[in-house]
Ligand binder design. Sequence first.
Ligand code: ZN
Ligand code: ZN
Length: 359
Amino acid sequence: MNYNKRREVLTKKIDADAFLVYNMEGSDFPSMYYLTGFTGEGALVVSTNGPLLITDSRYTEQAKREIPNVPVRQVSGSYLDEIGAAIKESGIARLALSGVRMSCSMVNKLREKASAEIIITEDPVNDLRRIKEPEEIERIRAAVKLTEESLDELVRGIKVGMSERELSLRLEFIMREKGAEQVAFDLIVAAGENAALPHYQPGGRTLKQGDLLLFDIGAKLDRYCADMTRVFSVGKPTAKAQEIYNIVLAANMAGIAAVSEGASGKAVDAAARDLITAKGYGEHFQHGLGHGVGLEVHEGPRLSPMSTDTLEAGMTVTVEPGIYIPGFGGVRIEDLTVVTKNGCEVLTSFPKEELVQVG
Ligand code: ZN
Ligand code: ZN
């Protein structure tokens, strides 16, 4: 990863002398990591004079190991005082920061402490992160592969009577065993009527014959996330389950066919949504079609009716149409793609052509 280059691009992008990243309790891990490779907490000042990491004694040794070429200033009193002093000493007159990542309280305190003018921007690092470098794509590919192998292993042992919670625990165990750092998000395992809730939390519901069983899952590997959804039928699928599965599958494939450099997030969403609407299920597909995936599981660009994004080569986007019927269940099929000049590469390879029976 060329951190120098990333910081250089950032300094050109902002209308200020420096950009401040503040990562405390994970508040802006993605920016800190993307710009330096540092995994600890602290503040980072990026300017044309180079980077400066301001961190405390818990992380100074870690910083030496992870980012030996970045100068480190150790906090002696409070972070706020240290940041204020560093800004003053470096002669920064205009300091930009992300209003999305930093709390109002922190910004207010900085305004009082720092001698510089504070410029609140959206999230310029997030914008840079949308287009992935080849090494980032390889890491995402590896996270997807690990996720798929884990699901494949889990599925072979699924039995009627197992609970959603048990399946989600087993799956996480398999992922960790295969080397995942952690799960990329709280795994969604939803059985029967619970599959109608797009962001369900697995509970004690046990598997019954005829249930739809939805897995929306992803491992995190080398800091990068995977995100995929597959649906199975416990025993023989009902006619209704098979019907909505076929529609969602067709919408998923129409969405993937529409992903290409130059396509708008709105148009790709419509390619899948129109198909679901034409089959009479439009009101049962309420969320956007997809999102970027990288250091965070949900990042730009967005595919939705409200999206203002245009796809560019190197962006990652999920394609995840769904149909959710309250009291019955739901189907979502989610693949992760990389936008190319003439279309996309689909990173997900877990079979989806059939509604597979388990249990
Ligand atoms: Zn997902
Ligand atoms: Zn997703």
